[in-house]
Design a protein around this ligand. Structure first.
Ligand code: CTP
Ligand code: CA
Ligand code: CA
Length: 534
């Protein structure tokens, strides 16, 4: 196999949790049952289960239920709309757009669980947390791009190459062949079914097909790890790019994965309605369909490029052409974590702030917003900030030529705490000045400490797969804080740290003369400094 041929191909998986909210609720019910807080009927796997949204128009308003309450409804759910339907309930004809009463009519044994609410709104924290736990497991396979609360793309190219190098073909195949092969019979020309496609002699496999098989092997292991470690099933699609992986992942739900046979791509796309492709769903897709009088991707593929250009311009036409042929070079992008989160406001001219009372008012506004954003950031990235920075712009500020200055202190979580601490910083700045005015104010949070567990190496993980499978399902391991990475530290922030730690960080960034010795010995200091629990 030549590296060259392989280098041009990618393997991308799209993974989506099955009846996601239902699985989370089922796990929650199991935990509550195990703790003796409720009867265990609805926690059994084979009982149909639906998750309902409260009905805001119901008499008496929204029933307030915290995640921890017993949220299985015994009555009063008739008008509630279903937002998630378990596969056991789907088998009885229950669908997402129905109401509670219809679910019970079709599946009398159906358990009905209400989403948690907070301040009269649905509170999705429980599901977000679960989605993040799953993403952390999946990230062992390669670069991950989360696409929604319950789905993600994974670039498995590098891991797949590694697996092909290090793992026997028979071993790869043993797990890979549990996947459906979409279009297998159509492409073989020999009436092959999916099973037979996997059964081909090794010499019949093209390079990209082998890469897909290795991707399927990895995906199988990752899905198994999610079941073993978290108790969640996912379905997955494995293909040569994101667009095709997404189209493939839903083909055999639940709890199974599908590999898209490369030769089947054009057949798959031929009859596909235009709006099934991301980017062609909304207004642009409609304009295209109407302008060209086409309904399917196949028709789009057969439209001359010149005609495409007339309708949507040269650049978009290129993209549409590629997509219609099943080509998509959109990379799987790990979302970048911001190094700091901040918010600010300017107070020009007559609006300048000249009193502590007025400063206090605006700081409360700014820190309330900062706190909201920190909470959202914690939910997304599972980390907390440790440093609060107050930025001021003032014509009276002589410290810097720009008229800006900043003051910092350890960050205490909570809007009120941040407001108080920011005000203390501001008061210190103002004290000793006879008159002052502030024309700009900002607050920001930085020095994030991860609450994430370390994720292991992909090959190591498979070696340990059997061990993990035997271990009891741990539901809520306390994540250890991991040391901050040197390149995540902002220069200004660095200056605030104790000298010894600054030296170590600089050394690890290669900013310190090697002869002064490194911080290797002091490694623990960094970890400890940033790991202090809030
Ligand atoms: N969801 C929602 N409202 C929608 C679509 C989705 O609240 N209009 C929620 C659902 O409750 C669901 C989750 O988002 O559990 C994920 O949605 P999706 O993947 O579309 O459906 P699942 O319920 O996970 O079912 P499937 O097995 O088909 O993926
Ligand atoms: Ca889903
Ligand atoms: Ca989804």
């Amino acid at each position: 196999m030549t590296t060259r041929a392989i280098a041009t191909h990618r393997v991308v998986a799209h993974l989506d949790l099955d009846a996601f909210y239902c699985q989370v609720e089922r796990r929650d019910l199991r935990a509550k049952t195990a703790a003796g807080r409720r009867d265990g009927r609805a926690s059994a796997e084979d009982v149909p289960l639906v998750v309902v949204q409260y009905n805001p128009f119901e008499r008496g308003g929204v029933r307030a239920l915290a995640p921890d309450d017993d949220r299985e409804l015994r009555d009063g759910f008739e008008n509630h709309s279903l937002i998630a339907v378990s596969y056991e309930a789907r088998a009885r004809g229950v669908k997402r757009n129905m109401r509670g009463r219809e679910a019970r009519a079709l599946a009398p044994a159906c358990a009905v669980v209400q989403v948690p609410t907070r301040r009269s709104k649905a509170d999705l924290t429980l599901y977000r947390e679960a989605g993040r736990e799953v993403a952390a497991v999946l990230a062992r396979g390669g670069t991950i791009e989360r696409a929604s609360i319950d789905e993600a793309y994974l670039d498995l190219t590098e891991s797949a190459k590694k697996v092909l190098e290090e793992t026997a073909w028979a071993t790869i195949l043993e797990k890979a062949r549990t996947s459906h092969a979409a279009g297998a019979s159509a492409v073989s020309g020999k009436g092959y079914a999916s099973v037979a496609w996997w059964n081909r002699d090794e010499s019949e496999w093209r390079e990209e097909e082998k890469l897909l098989a290795a991707g399927a092997y990895i995906c199988f292991n990752l899905r198994k790890a999610c079941v073993d470690e978290l108790g969640y099933t996912l379905s997955a699609g494995i293909a040569l790019n994101k667009m095709l992986a997404k189209l493939t992942s839903g083909m055999n739900k639940p709890a199974s994965q599908t590999v898209l046979c490369p030769d089947h791509t054009s057949t798959l796309l031929d009859e596909l309605p235009i709006d099934r492709i991301r980017g062609l769903g909304a207004k642009f897709g409609r304009e295209l369909a109407d302008g060209l009088n086409v309904k399917t991707i196949g028709e789009l593929a057969r439209t001359p490029l010149r005609k495409l250009e007339e309708v949507c311009g040269e650049e978009k036409a290129q993209w549409v052409r590629k997509v219609s042929l099943g080509l998509d070079d959109d990379p799987v992008k790990a979302r970048e974590m911001p190094k700091s989160i901040g918010t600010g406001k300017t107070f020009r001219g007559a609006l300048a702030i000249r009193s502590i009372a007025s400063a206090k008012h605006w700081l409360a506004e700014l820190t309330a917003e900062l706190n909201d954003r920190c909470e959202a950031d914690e939910e997304e990235w599972n980390r907390v900030p440790k440093l609060l920075t107050l930025g001021l712009s003032s014509p009276d500020e002589r410290e810097t030529s720009s008229g800006h200055c900043s003051r910092r202190c350890p960050l205490r979580p909570g809007a009120d705490e941040m407001a108080q601490d920011a005000l203390t910083l501001l008061s210190k700045w103002a004290s000793g000045r006879e008159r002052w005015s502030i024309t700009g104010m900002s607050v920001s949070a930085s020095n994030f400490v991860s609450l994430e567990k370390d994720s292991g190496d992909v090959v190591e993980m498979f070696k340990n797969a059997t061990k993990a499978a035997k271990a009891p399902a741990s539901v809520s391991a306390t994540p250890a804080a991991s040391p901050i990475k040197a390149d995540q530290i902002d220069k200004n922030v660095l200056a605030e740290l104790p000298e010894a730690i600054q030296r170590e960080i600089r050394a690890s960034m290669g900013l310190l003369d090697k002869s002064t010795g490194g911080g290797v010995k002091r490694k623990n200091e960094i970890t400890n400094y940033f790991s202090k629990k809030r």
